[in-house]
Unconditional design. Structure first.
Length: 248
């Protein structure tokens, strides 16, 4: 590995470092390290602390990191984690995002079972019912969430659909506290879903990760097992997108 790259990576711990300790830790000549650190500082990848004279990552490194995060696509990042979740759960795994007052399926790994539940990529679905819908509402910015809910038309889809705004708000608050949503027969009959939020590099809600299956397989005990799996997968996708939400 190039000496310059090794030196830059040594600053990845976010701490201040001097020429001497970098040279010692990388077993490099101090003169070489001093020269290369000056080159990195000229490129604004490092900046010198005025008090200690040591160096830390600079604005140039921050810009590179931001460019990397902005270039991440949630579907690409989610793909291997969704595939693993589908294998572990045996049910259909989907990724949904909010568009206006609807939600859209942007990725799906279908169950291999003969009888299965799920939705097609590109399908548009209501935002007021279903586990994924409630996650997309519950983890929206608080000041915007109320406005969204008031804008919804609470159309009955099944006899399990919530049709009262206050009841829906209370349900969303509960989902926000517990970190996931579960629904049964809310959008269509004989279907159960578990969903958890995915956050982007800016720590804002990016998508809802959801596992959907027929109610005869998705029993209460099965849902208890699946819920932590869905939450862990959503956390893994969020971390890969650069989010620190789950570390806070």
């Amino acid at each position: 590995m190039d000496k310059t790259v090794r030196i830059l990576l040594a600053f990845g711990d976010g701490r201040l470092h001097g020429v001497r300790d970098i040279a010692r830790s990388l077993t490099l000549p101090k003169s070489t390290v001093a020269r290369l650190i000056l080159d990195l500082a000229d490129a604004r990848l490092l900046v010198q602390d005025e008090t200690s004279g040591q160096y830390r990552l600079g604005a140039g490194a921050a810009r590179l990191g931001q460019a990397y995060l902005e270039g991440l696509d949630v579907r690409t990042v989610s793909a291997p984690i969704m595939a693993d979740l589908q294998e572990r759960s045996g049910e259909t795994v989907g990724l949904q995002v909010r568009e206006g007052l609807e939600r859209v399926v942007i990725a799906s790994n279908e169950s291999k079972a003969t009888i299965r539940s799920g939705f097609s990529i590109g399908e548009r679905l209501p935002l007021h019912a279903g586990a994924a819908a409630k996650v997309l509402l519950a983890f929206e910015q608080e000041e915007f969430r109320g406005e969204l809910v008031r804008s919804l038309t609470l159309t009955p889809l099944t006899d399990r659909t919530i049709l009262d705004t206050d009841q829906l708000q209370a349900e969303l608050a509960k989902i926000h506290r517990q970190g996931y949503a579960v629904s049964e027969n809310e959008v269509s009959l004989q279907s159960t879903s578990v969903a958890a939020p995915v956050f982007g590099g800016d720590d804002r809600l990016s998508a809802a990760l959801v596992v959907t299956g027929p109610v005869f397989r998705m029993t209460g005990e099965v849902v208890k097992v699946l819920t932590p799996l869905v939450c862990e997968a959503a956390q893994a996708i969020s971390a890969d997108l650069g989010s620190t939400h789950y570390r806070n």
